[in-house]
Design a protein around this ligand. Structure first.
Ligand code: NAP
Length: 325
């Protein structure tokens, strides 16, 4: 089951990334871990070649078992799968970077990941769980120079543990800090950020394109609206009336119009679904085109609305979402 060339983008280090990725975020209070196993297999069977995961999702074992299962039964080869994982904030100290990736690989039982990302530019104190708190209940921040974290990421690439390296949730200033680092060996191949019809990231996209960095969109369908991370008063993206009218016009779902809008702007798009029908539907994103007029109409829906405000980290000195972009 080889991937069509037109369905992937070339990264600035020469590797290719499939333009549609399967999201695996599903906190345990919402879905048992077994669902990640079940639906990662369904996604690969449906034709997804790109799987987006993270240490903080706490389901890499299940996702890895699903990938290995689909390799073992001959559906795909390892080289057909593009697997991303992310370095969590408590492991930013340079000496923790490689052991943390090795721990992900051990859980996955894979030899390498295709992409390793710094998940957020906000270091947290190591050693006390993923969200360490002090006696006052406040999250414990750490101070780590992100350039030193990046150098440790470069070493993971040199060691062959990660084919490509990149960042997530970095604003322009934070990206420039890495790009301008003296002795930079590898540029980030991508910046994975929230991006959808209400937060179209046009300025960050232009900046990333000018540096040959791919913008990868998460929350493209309006996020899963988890209470801890997402403000419940925000509008439901897939109910947008303009989006729904366009869906009628194209005889496609609002979800497909949302995904297609991002793909046509040369954005790599992630879509999470733990539902077989919707997983298969999302693969149809390559089957149609939006006209330039309709692309403009959707541009007009932008309202710089961020679903993931990461409120527990709002006071962090590196909080990335206060800059314009
Ligand atoms: P999303 O892709 O915006 O999806 C939101 C919801 O849309 C899902 O819960 C899904 O529900 C529903 N859905 C999927 N396909 C649909 C369709 N065709 N029609 C109608 N509804 C549909 O969710 P997300 O998890 O926030 O983001 C996607 C992925 O991005 C994550 O899973 C994760 O891998 C990554 N991510 C990264 C970060 C970061 O900080 N780097 C942050 C958040 C997410 P069902 O499951 O019920 O179908």
């Amino acid at each position: 089951m080889a991937l069509k060339h037109s369905h992937s983008v070339k990264l600035n280090d020469g590797h290719h990334m499939p333009r549609l990725g399967f999201g695996t975020l599903a906190p345990r209070n919402i879905a048992p871990k077994s669902k990640a196993f079940e639906f990662t297999k369904v996604a690969i069977e449906a034709g997804f070649h790109h799987v987006d995961a993270a240490l903080v999702h706490e389901n890499e074992e299940e996702v890895g078992a699903a990938i290995r299962g689909k390799i073992a039964d001959g559906t795909v080869k390892r080289e057909d799968i593009f697997y991303t994982t992310k370095l969590w904030c408590t492991f930013h100290q340079p000496e923790l970077v490689r052991p943390t990736l090795e721990e992900s690989l051990r859980k996955l039982q894979l030899d390498y990941v295709d992409l390793y990302l710094i998940h957020f530019p906000m270091p947290l104190k190591p050693g006390k769980g993923l969200f360490p708190t002090g006696e006052d209940g406040k999250i414990l921040y750490d101070t780590v120079d992100l350039c030193t974290t990046w150098e440790a990421m470069e070493k993971c690439k040199d060691a062959g543990l990660a084919k490509s390296i990149g960042v997530s949730n970095f604003n322009r200033r934070q990206l420039e800090m890495i790009l301008n680092k003296p002795g930079l060996k590898y540029k980030p191949v991508c910046n994975q950020v929230e991006c959808h019809i209400y937060l179209n990231q046009s300025k960050l996209l232009d900046f990333c394109k000018s540096k040959d960095i791919v913008l990868v969109a998460y929350g493209a369908l309006g996020s899963q609206r988890y209470e801890n991370w997402v403000n419940p008063d925000t509008p439901v993206l897939l109910d947008d009336p303009v989006l729904c009218a366009l869906a009628k016009k194209y005889k496609r779902s609002p979800a497909l119009i949302s995904l297609r809008y991002l793909l046509q702007r040369e954005i790599v798009v992630l879509a999470k679904s733990f539902n077989e029908k919707r997983i298969k539907e999302n693969m149809q994103v390559f089957e149609f085109h939006l006209t330039p007029e309709d692309m403009k109409t959707i541009d007009g829906l932008n309202r710089n609305l961020r679903y993931f405000i990461a409120s527990p980290l709002r006071e962090h000195p590196n909080y990335p979402f206060l800059d314009e972009y």
